[in-house]
Write a protein that binds this ligand. Structure first.
Ligand code: FMN
Length: 165
C-alpha cells in the first residue's frame, strides 16, 4: 500500500484540525506539522504527500511554510503524488481565498511530482483565488470561519477522490 504523509502549516489550529480529520479518513497516514520537521527530505519517504496551509496577510503562505517553500521546490518527487488542502476565509478575503494552496501547488509543480486532487468551486462565494486553475481549486478548500459545518463532508468527499487517483 502507498505510504501517505500529511504535512501542514497552521497558526491558530484550523489547518492542524483539518489535517487530523484527513488522517482519520485514511487507513494509514502520518501527520506532521511542517514547523517540527528536521529536514524537508522527510517528505521524500512517502508515495503520496498531502500538503496543507492556511492563508495569511493578503494571500500569503502560513509562516512555517514560508520558511520551507524554497526547500520544497528543490525536492525531486519524481514518481510521487502530491495533493493539497487549504484553509481560508472567503467572506473577509474574497480576492485571496486560500491563495496559499496555489503557492504550494506552484512550488510542488517544480518537483516532477504528479499533482492530484482538484476540487470544484461550487458552493464557495469567493471572487478570486490563486488556488483556482482551469475553473477548479487545485485541492480541497476549507473555510472554518464561514462554512465549518461543511468541513467534515468536504473532507470525506475529497479523500474518496484522491484514493481513486
Ligand atoms: C490577519 C489575517 C489574514 C488572513 N488572510 C487571509 C487571506 O488572505 N485569504 C484567506 O483565504 N484567508 C485569510 N485568513 C483566514 C485564515 O486563513 C483562516 O482563519 C484559517 O482557517 C486559519 O488557519 P490556521 O489556524 O491553520 O492558521 C486570514 C486571517 C487573518 C486573521
Amino acid at each position: 500500500m502507498a505510504s501517505i504523509g500529511i504535512f501542514y502549516g497552521s497558526s491558530t489550529g484550523n489547518t492542524e484540525a483539518a489535517a487530523n480529520i484527513i488522517q482519520s479518513r485514511l487507513e494509514k497516514a502520518d501527520v506532521k506539522n511542517i514547523a517540527g520537521i528536521s529536514s524537508m527530505d522527510e517528505l521524500t519517504k512517502y508515495d503520496l504527500l498531502i500538503l496543507g496551509s492556511s492563508t495569511w496577510g493578503l494571500g500569503d503562505l502560513q509562516d512555517d511554510w514560508e520558511v520551507q517553500i524554497n526547500n520544497l521546490k528543490k525536492l525531486d518527487l519524481s514518481g510521487k503524488k502530491v495533493a493539497f488542502f487549504g484553509t481560508g476565509d472567503q467572506a473577509s478575503y474574497p480576492d485571496t481565498f486560500v491563495d496559499a494552496m496555489g503557492i504550494l501547488y506552484d512550488a510542488a509543480a517544480e518537483t516532477n511530482a504528479s499533482l492530484i486532487g482538484a476540487w470544484p468551486v461550487d458552493g464557495y462565494e469567493h471572487t478570486e483565488s490563486l488556488a483556482v486553475r482551469n475553473g477548479k481549486f487545485v485541492g480541497l478548500a476549507l473555510d472554518e470561519d464561514n462554512q465549518a459545518d461543511l468541513t467534515g463532508e468536504r473532507i470525506t468527499g475529497w479523500v474518496e477522490l484522491i484514493k481513486k487517483n
